[in-house]
Design a protein around this ligand. Structure first.
Ligand SMILES: Nc1ncnc2c1ncn2[C@@H]1O[C@H](COP(=O)(O)OP(=O)(O)OP(=O)(O)O)[C@@H](O)[C@H]1O
Ligand SMILES: [Mg+2]
Length: 454
């Protein structure tokens, strides 16, 4: 559950907090004095600290900073008296996770604690994964702010080390290949080869000899024998992209490789044994293909071992601002232009678009804008000009769904504009803080994800 350090000079409140948190299942160390807090943090790695802003000798912010020197990853919740919001905002700028105004609602307290712990857990997991990737390859190019994508990365880090076949499913341009490479880089096989092939790009006979190799003279033009990709990937990983486009004949051969790890090259009677990890990707609904008899059911179950679904970009619009930043940097560097960002109107256009081509379409949009602009801030006339952004290409949704979808887009844009500052955002939206939090919760958004310091 987690152990929590509570620091408050109000003995009664301290006692109350301890009882409440303990009954919620947390382990609690409650101290009155700053030096005891520091001492405690030196002896024990707390998962979270709750610190009163007005302490006896020190203010809570400087105590928080000292605690962060010892435990840099520990989220801190600040308790403030009513009317000292400015100090609380100051605390957040200096690295507090969030704050609560006294007297606070016990439900709210537990809710914030849970969120802080969940967020910390996810961040640590992502850091671990990124560390793994960076360690060898300086691989920092996966952007994940939405809960959905964080879960994907968490999943990647869990399954990378296994030998199981991974099935990546998602619309075109959602990042399937990127994730396949991430799995490979985080796996034990990272020192061995990674071989990728797009099964839709080659006609059947060519694909077969490409995958399994062929003997000299196996077909016209086979003037020498050739090793196939499966043999090249021996000891490593093979990535079969667009597996839904594979013909039934090759599917049968692939099934055998997956079952027995062996195959015959085209025109050869020499059985080849391989040790490969298989990652497949598809943008088709393979269950439907199976029903229509276009995809072997037995093969489907063989490959559908660890499914990873990459959500379309329109369902995780909170990733857009970070992706934009990422691509601005990438293309800015490539084109030797110092890019600062987008105008609010330009960002709004991006947020309102439905992105049928997903991340790839966004990437192309930013590449185009960076190439076209003469300024360091991209204006809206460089964004999606040839597309009618307001009119969706999707079929009309029921009103409630359309409203919800607009509401989420609006909130993301608002949080982005306010740098994750809830008070400011709530004020701009004309909502009470509590109602605003409810709205965020409804859409699975977290204000802290929009803080600039991230
Ligand atoms: N989360 C992300 N962070 C950063 N870049 C991303 C992310 N997702 C996708 N991209 C980039 O978007 C582009 C498309 O990704 P990728 O080729 O992996 O998609 P795909 O699902 O394989 O697409 P397709 O179905 O068209 O083959 C790539 O340039 C990739 O680097
Ligand atoms: Mg691809």
């Amino acid at each position: 559950m987690g152990n929590i350090l509570v620091v408050d000079d109000d003995r009664n409140l301290l006692e109350l907090l301890k009882i409440r948190l303990e009954s919620a299942g947390y382990e609690v160390i409650a101290v009155l004095k700053e030096e005891d807090a520091i001492e405690g943090a030196k002896n024990q790695a707390f998962d979270l600290a709750i610190v009163d802003l007005q302490l006896l000798r020190q203010d809570g912010i400087s105590l928080m900073e000292e605690l962060h020197l010892i435990l840099p990853e520990m989220p801190v919740l600040i308790l403030t008296a009513y009317g000292s919001i400015e100090n609380a905002v100051e605390a957040m700028k200096k690295g507090a996770y969030s704050y609560l105004t006294k007297p606070f609602d016990p439900q709210d307290l537990l809710f914030q604690i849970e969120r802080a712990l969940e967020n910390r857990r996810l961040n640590m997991e992502i850091k671990r994964l990124k560390g793994l990737l960076e360690e060898r390859y300086g691989f920092t190019n996966i952007v994940a702010r939405s809960e959905k994508m964080k879960k994907v990365l968490e999943m990647v880090s869990h399954i990378a080390k296994t030998e199981s076949t991974v099935y990546i499913h998602g619309e075109s341009g959602t990042g399937k290949e990127l994730i396949a490479k991430a799995i490979y880089l985080a796996s034990e096989r990272k020192h061995k080869s990674f071989v990728a092939i797009n099964c839709a790009a080659l006609p059947e006979p060519l694909l077969e000899s490409k995958l399994f190799g062929h003997e000299k003279g196996a077909f016209t033009g086979a003037i020498r024998s050739a090793k196939g990709l499966f043999a090249q990937a021996h000891g490593g990983t093979i990535f079969l992209d667009e597996i839904g486009d594979m013909s039934l004949a090759i599917q049968a051969k692939l099934l055998r490789v997956l079952q027995e790890r062996q195959f015959y090259p085209v025109g050869s009677e020499q059985l080849v044994e391989v040790d490969v990890r298989v990652i497949v990707a598809t943008n088709k609904n393979l269950e439907n293909q199976v029903k229509q008899g276009l995809f072997r059911e037995d093969l489907f179950y063989r490959i559908h071992v660890i499914p990873i679904h990459l959500p379309p970009l329109r369902d995780r619009k909170e990733d857009i601002p970070l992706l934009v930043e990422h691509f601005l940097e990438k293309f800015g560097q490539q084109m030797k232009k110092e890019m600062k960002g987008l105008t609010p109107m330009a960002m709004q256009r991006l947020m309102l678009h439905d992105w049928p081509g997903n991340v790839r379409e966004l990437e192309n949009t930013i590449e185009y804008a960076v190439a076209m602009t003469h300024q360091d801030t991209i204006a809206e006339n460089f964004i999606l000009q040839n597309k009618n952004v307001a009119i969706s290409e999707e079929p009309l949704k029921p009103l409630k769904e359309a409203k919800d979808s607009y509401e989420k887009t609006y909130l993301i844009h608002l949080l982005e504009t306010c740098g994750g500052n809830v008070s400011k955002a709530a004020k701009l939206a004309g909502k009470y803080r509590a109602d605003f939090y409810d709205l965020l919760k409804k859409h699975g958004l977290k204000s802290e994800d929009f803080k600039k310091s991230q």
